[in-house]
Design a protein around this ligand. Structure first.
Ligand code: FUC
Length: 799
């Protein structure tokens, strides 16, 4: 018997064992759903369209941090493309290259002799990960609802309400008003589809599940279950199974039946039902649950069937209305913390895709606010405590081979995903990132030891769900040992915003291990005897002194990240009262790092040598050396004006337009330079059809979610900054937003800030302090030193 068939039969038997209890559970729960089908929200927080999605980047995303869907809203056929955040290819693996350590001294020597291309070749032969690539994040599959109708339809509307995290489809056919509501509940761990009509007996369709994975699908009278396996990639064996289940609850003049004789997906004809048909129902609720056997990066022993079964049984125990209420309450608990009003115009009445096309004309400030809140919605929907961090595509991927594997690119992209988390009041969403860094601090120990003979841990420019840490793809991208150190900066920021010492205690060992690696691997460069990283690169930018490689020693970004890492470890050691000797050693090493340098064109140097103007691509998307200006604050317009001017020069050389995320980074940088109009003009490009799809997803292109998060962070930085011990109100307010208000932005030191402005001037600010810290407030040139008690918000009008 072919193994796939054997697989499928085993699965089907396993499924049959689940059937009876589930059918019983379903039978006891067919309460009539009572929804208000006519409440059409035309709120400023709604994305809406007058057509069904014809492409994936027109479909609308929902997610509960783990279970996601893209909703197409078709009339004859509804399509939900499904994701589960732990469904990746492969299984636990360790890609460290055991030849690396012997090659390391030779590589270093070649680099210091200026033989960069030779060094790159040797790295390619001896130091790269085995396998050379990491594992992709994969689609789960698709749910289709076929309505079998070609009736003419009027009043079609498809929308996503960011305030409730509920997507809807409405239309009228033959005088009947139909409505679908769809949400992914973080409370109940299921996706709920609720279909209603304003006349009885009007809802008929057939539901089916498909997947590109090896899987078996089996339907009963009221449910469909799919059981399958992930796949081996690049020689890493497949280790995960997954289960997806759709449970159907029908109300009113219902009729349910098996659809006879169909196939197992990707497999032979099984002669068993794989679809469920609903005929002439008043209302229908579908519950979708899915899980994999992934428990963590080294444990894949989860029972996906049992998990899914218990989730469905629990959800069946609640009315659809209760599921909806609980979902909305969980969402609003996070979402409603921040409100942003930049003004409203009639443009708000237009469908979202048309507004994107016209945003550059400048009369739709509300779309900027919608873009900002959409990013907050996305982070809430794809990064919740206990889950996986946001990938390059957040949670949403329709492929087995997505762009850049939809994994974690940690030479900017993953870090950018979390930039808005602190300022935009979603600190809980950082939890999955923290957990990933703690795990990289485990897997990276072996890479540090095997490849560098070093203590501590290291991660290079990418990682995946298995927390792989070795250099991948090729020396010119992968040979960058700062990925883990940069991630530690995100974690430190989380501490700065909250001042939560328990959190600091939890992350400190990872910070310390990251620093230890560099104590053991920094080397003296021959010219100035500064301590530098070697081999390394300035992310993905060719070294102008080489023929065809980025490989170099001591690029500016490395030194900047290490200054942060060492400083943060030193501060943490003082706060936690630990590791004084270690902190002293870090201080000494820090003082020997290569300094920031200003080049002959007045620019901030990207490399140890003054090579910027000889770059192969003057407009390169990465602006790595400007890390010091943002997200770090080593360069600051107030504290280090000369360096800020050099950073500005570098930005001018690089230009404003780049890929989605790179455009968003530039926007944040100009905000840090306190040039609001420049930041805004970059934002106009980011929120144009060139960089934003009709569903508001960021276009690298292709879709990459970091641009959404970077854009929201940029808006926050224009309105409020809090680096370097002061709270700056409206530091980069553009002329395009003369009147507005924002509520609930966060500042470092445990502050929340509400701001209202009129005619481009601060009208009033209310500062709430959670920790009672003293702080300097700044509006323009005016500063004021205050200490605010936790229960007594302080009001200031900037005078
Ligand atoms: C980095 C960038 C690319 C892309 C990829 C996922 O390599 O240089 O533009 O964003 O990550």
């Amino acid at each position: 018997m072919p193994s796939i068939l054997r697989h499928s039969l085993v699965c089907l038997l396993a499924l049959a064992a689940l059937w009876i209890p589930l059918c019983l559970a379903a039978a006891t729960n067919s309460a009539l759903p009572s929804y208000d089908t006519n409440a059409v929200a035309n709120s400023p927080l709604t994305l809406f369209y007058t057509n069904a999605a014809s492409k994936w980047t027109e479909a609308l995303p929902i997610g509960n941090g783990r279970l996601g869907a893209m909703i197409f809203g078709g009339i004859a056929r509804e399509h939900l493309q499904l994701n589960e955040s732990t469904l990746w290819a492969g299984g636990p693996y360790d890609p460290a290259n055991t030849n690396a350590l012997a090659a390391l001294p030779v590589v270093r020597q070649l680099i210091f002799e200026g033989k960069y291309d030779e060094a790159s070749q040797l790295i390619s032969q001896k130091m790269m990960a085995v396998p050379l690539q990491q594992m992709p994040y994969e689609t789960l599959g698709d749910l289709f609802l076929d309505f079998g109708t070609n009736d003419a339809v009027t009043d079609y509307r498809r929308d996503l309400d960011l305030d409730t995290a509920v997507a809807s489809v409405r239309y009228t056919a033959n005088g009947v008003h139909f409505k679908r509501e769809i949400f992914s509940s973080p409370m109940d761990q299921v996706i709920v589809i609720h279909l209603t009509a304003d006349q009885p007996g009007q809802i008929s369709f057939t539901a089916s599940l498909q997947t590109p994975h090896t899987a078996a699908v089996l339907a009963s009278s009221d449910s469909i279950e799919m059981y399958g396996y992930n796949n081996a990639v690049h020689g890493v064996p497949a280790a995960l199974n997954f289960t997806a289940r759709v449970s159907v609850r029908v109300a009113g003049g219902q009729m349910k039946r098996f659809t006879p004789a169909l196939t197992a997906t990707n497999g032979p004809k099984m002669g068993l039902a794989t679809e469920v048909s609903i005929l002439h129902a008043d209302a229908v609720t579908l519950l979708i649950a899915a899980a994999t056997s992934y428990k963590n990066y080294h444990n894949v022993s989860g029972n996906s069937q049992a998990l899914v079964r218990s989730q469905i049984v629990a959800a069946l125990g609640k009315s659809p209305e209760r599921l909806r209420m609980d979902h909305i309450a969980a969402h609003q608990n996070l979402f409603r913390r921040v409100t942003l009003n930049l003004g409203e115009t009639d443009a708000m009445k237009l469908p979202t895709d048309i507004r994107i096309a016209h945003f550059a004309e400048g009369n739709d400030p509300q779309l900027a606010a919608l873009y900002f809140q959409f990013a907050r919605y996305l982070l809430i929907s794809c990064s919740r405590p206990g889950g996986q961090p946001a990938t390059l595509q957040g949670l949403w991927n329709n492929s087995l081979k997505p762009p850049w594997d939809s994994k974690y690119t940690i030479n900017i992209n993953t870090e950018m995903n979390y930039w808005p988390a602190e300022t935009c009041n979603l600190p809980e969403c950082v939890d999955p990132l923290t957990q990933m860094v703690l795990e990289l601090a485990e897997t990276g120990v072996r890479t540090a030891r095997v490849e560098y003979g070093a203590r501590g841990w290291v991660a290079h420019h990418n990682t995946d769900v298995w927390r792989a840490t070795a250099p991948i793809d090729g020396p010119q991208y992968g040979m960058w040992p700062l990925g883990g150190a940069w991630l530690c900066q995100n974690l430190w920021e989380h501490y700065l915003f909250t001042e939560d010492k328990a959190y600091l205690r939890k992350i400190y060992p990872a910070m310390k291990g990251a620093a230890q690696f560099f104590l053991d691997t920094l080397v003296e460069e021959p010219t100035h005897h500064w301590l530098v990283t070697c081999p390394s690169l300035s992310p993905e930018n060719d070294n102008p002194a080489a023929t065809n490689t980025s490989i170099t020693a001591g690029p500016a970004i490395d030194m900047e990240i290490l200054r942060d890492l060492f400083d943060h470890c030193i501060q943490a050691s003082a706060i936690l009262g630990t590791d004084r000797k270690f902190a002293t050693q870090l201080g000494i090493t820090r003082s020997r790092l290569a300094p920031l340098q200003i080049g002959s064109s007045g620019q901030l140097q990207e490399w140890l040598q003054d090579l910027d103007l000889q770059a192969h691509d003057l407009h390169h998307r990465h602006v790595s050396h400007l890390y010091a200006l943002f997200p770090s604050s080593q360069i600051d317009v107030i504290d280090t004006p000369d360096l800020a001017a050099a950073a500005r020069k570098s930005l001018e050389i690089r230009g404003d337009q780049a890929t989605g995320w790179a455009t968003a980074w530039r926007m944040n940088l100009w905000a840090r330079l306190h040039d609001g109009d420049h930041a805004y003009s970059i934002f106009q490009f980011l929120l144009s059809p060139a960089r934003t799809y009709p569903d508001l997803f960021d276009a690298h292109p292709p879709f990459q979610i970091d641009g959404n998060f970077g854009g929201a962070s940029g808006i926050a930085e224009m309105l409020l900054q809090s680096q370097n011990h002061e709270i700056q109100l409206l530091p980069a307010l553009p002329r395009a937003w003369p009147n507005g208000s924002v509520k609930g932005l966060r500042a470092r030191g445990g502050f929340e800030v509400d701001i209202t402005w009129q005619d481009g001037q601060l009208a009033s600010a209310t500062i709430h302090s959670h920790n009672g810290n003293p702080v300097r407030l700044r509006y323009g040139q005016t500063t004021r030193f205050v200490q605010i008690a936790p229960d007594h918000p302080f009001q200031w009008n900037g005078q």
